[in-house]
Ligand binder design. Structure first.
Ligand code: URP
Ligand code: ZN
Ligand code: ZN
Length: 451
């Protein structure tokens, strides 16, 4: 007799779809089979039973010079769980004089006691960390198996620094994850635009050209290829990067890429809306053209872009519009932590871009493998019982009323999805039931990751 059995559902994994019961003992999946008996039974008739989604790119209580992202570790992980996500990976940004592991401990102290679901952390290697790359091994041993490198913003690394950071991450068998844009071109184009009074958000995508995003991604892949390390490209927005990635994969280079719902669901028409609406979806890289959108859907189906993350980084309307006459001052990022799984099911699986198995792969299984989450992302004995019972017919119209992100707008206002989680389990515990979060803050755990 198992603790819990999920009965009558259709199990969907990254490789197969079949009718089976899933038994849970304690925090783990114990068996998959027919007629399993449990002290508690969850009826999943008419529902899909899938591994909990994993979001390896979120910015919770992320401090910019003027603003802090609107979801903290409680509200953000609650919204994630309500949308079927059972693990998130956020970031550590060590202070200039801080040891990397002390930065990690400080960030864990912010999350512990607040998280609803399990979480991991990427270690950021900014310019200050280049002088202390010998600490990378210690950070890896402490559970940061992936290292964030920026080619843009104040944290950006120059090519010589990028080379050194990639070498250091390679030497510990870690995974570099990179924001790839050409910062010198961007800052110059912004200065040129502002100098002639082009201050509106419509100049945001024009200051961050797709070709130069691809140049940065290509440069990154070339340097990574020379160094002999794998590399993961964050938030791919355009066809030009897909083309470079596709070439690198054809050469057999160990590179992977992600895109995000905002690049799949929206197009650059959003920046032509009247202010303040045009300011809200400002994020970097920018949202691109309908052609880019279509190429990204196809690239997911072809497994050129391997996963979908959210880059959840919400700022309120007031924060987004605080400086109305300079688009370069708009805090970048959009909310999206809650609806990713359902958007991908509705507009990916239902629309015929990819199978339900690939949906599970890109939102969970592959992410666990890529980011060193050893016990996550699979429905198999011995794995954590992080499971979603997904109702493929439930219709939800997305809005600030129906979503639980702690922010007063959503890029998906009025979009109706068909397919929504009914129950979310995290390590065997029901944390969401019928649209209600029933878990206590702080039950989530820091997950040490390794390869
Ligand atoms: O504009 C964005 N994407 N903000 C979040 C930080 C980042 O670049 O990933
Ligand atoms: Zn980024
Ligand atoms: Zn990000």
């Amino acid at each position: 007799m198992f603790d819990r059995v999920i009965k009558n559902g259709t199990v969907v994994t990254a490789v197969a779809t079949y009718a089976a019961d899933v038994a849970i003992q304690g925090e783990q999946i114990a068996a998959i089979g027919q007629d399993l008996a449990g002290r508690e039974v969850i009826d999943a008739a008419g529902k899909l039973v899938i591994p909990g989604a994993i979001d390896p790119h979120v910015h919770l209580q992320y401090q910019l010079p003027r603003f802090r992202s609107a979801d903290d570790f409680y509200t953000g992980t609650r919204a994630a769980a309500l949308g079927g996500t059972t693990t998130v990976i956020d970031f550590v940004e060590p202070k200039p004089a801080q040891r990397m592991v002390d930065g990690l401990a400080a960030r864990q102290a912010e999350a512990d006691g607040r998280v609803i679901i399990d979480y991991g952390l990427h270690m950021t290697l900014g310019p200050h960390e280049i002088g202390k790359l010998e600490q990378v091994a210690e950070a890896y041993a402490a559970g940061c198996a992936s290292f964030k490198l920026y080619m843009a913003y104040g944290m950006r690394l120059t090519d010589d620094q990028l080379l050194q950071a990639l070498q250091a991450v390679r030497d510990v068998n870690g995974l570099p994850v990179v924001h790839a844009e050409n910062w010198d071109v961007i800052t110059t184009l912004i200065a040129q635009n502002l100098a002639v009074g082009r201050t509106e958000p419509r100049w945001h995508p024009r200051s961050r050209p797709a070709l130069l995003e691809a140049e940065a991604a290509g440069r990154l892949m070339d340097i990574a290829g020379y160094v002999g390390t794998r590399v993961h490209i964050f938030h791919i927005s355009c066809a030009e990067v897909v083309a470079r990635l596709s070439e690198a994969l054809r050469r057999g280079q160990p590179v992977t890429g992600e895109t995000c719902p905002q690049y799949l669901m929206l197009n650059d028409g959003v920046f032509e809306r009247p202010f303040p609406e045009a300011a809200l979806p400002v994020c970097s890289p920018p949202i691109r053209t309908p052609t880019d959108q279509q190429r990204l859907w196809r690239a997911l189906g072809q497994d050129v872009v391997s996963i979908v993350t959210t880059d959840h980084c919400p700022f309120t309307r007031a924060e987004k519009t605080a400086v109305p006459d300079d688009y370069s001052q708009i805090p970048g990022g959009v909310p999206g932590i809650e609806a990713r799984l359902s958007l991908l099911y509705s507009f990916g699986v239902r629309a015929g871009h990819f199978s339900a198995n690939r949906w599970v792969d890109m939102s969970s299984t592959r992410i666990a493998q890529l980011f060193g989450l050893q016990k996550k992302g699979q429905i198999a004995p011995g794995y954590d019982a992080d499971l979603v019972i997904f109702d493929p017919e439930k219709e939800v119209t997305l809005s600030t009323e129906t979503l639980h992100e702690n922010v007063d707008w959503t890029p998906y206002e009025g979009v109706t999805v068909t397919g929504w989680p009914a129950i979310t389990l995290s390590r065997g515990e029901v944390v969401v039931q019928d649209g209600e979060c029933v878990a206590q803050p702080g039950r989530g755990k820091f997950i040490k990751r390794e390869f």
